[in-house]
Design a protein around this ligand. Structure first.
Ligand code: SF4
Length: 142
């Protein structure tokens, strides 16, 4: 019973303190920037940007992931602290989108598991926030 409660408490703290590192490969970045602005205020979810992958537990990727940068993306993921989560934004990173082809990673799950996919080209800030809430629900039930 105690272990169960401790787990619940840890999950609750994790879900409310998601520190993210982001990799931007395209125009979806503008929407993420908007989501951090005072109108949407991502920080009220405890979601704070970190510039060092080892300090982050959430990786947000948007835009095109080319084969050329895939090793860098994987390295960033490996440097992050555990437990770690991944949220991908927009159709380019979900499936290659407009740029799908041999030079692009068409399925990001080739590199690592993804927790939340946010659809759209670009996804609106509301969609990004809804993706974050889905991730929080996933974490609390872990
Ligand atoms: S999904 Fe659309 S908005 Fe996002 S990077 Fe690709 S083309 Fe740009």
């Amino acid at each position: 019973m105690t272990a169960f409660l401790v787990n619940k408490l840890l999950n609750w703290t994790r879900k409310n303190s998601l520190w993210y590192f982001y990799i931007s490969g395209g125009c979806c970045g503008d929407e993420l920037l908007q989501t951090t602005s005072c109108r949407y205020d991502l920080e009220r979810f405890g979601c704070i940007q970190k510039t060092e992958p080892s300090q982050a537990d959430l990786l947000i990727i948007h835009g095109v992931v080319t084969r050329k940068i895939s090793n860098y993306v994987k390295e960033v993921y490996e440097q992050m602290s555990s437990p770690k989560y991944v949220m991908v934004l927009g159709s380019c990173v979900n499936s290659g989108g407009l740029f799908s082809g041999n030079m692009v990673v068409n399925n990001i799950q080739e590199l690592f598991p993804v927790d939340v996919f946010v659809a759209g080209c670009p996804p609106r800030p509301e969609a990004i926030m809804s993706g974050l809430v889905k991730l929080q629900e996933k974490i609390i039930h872990e």
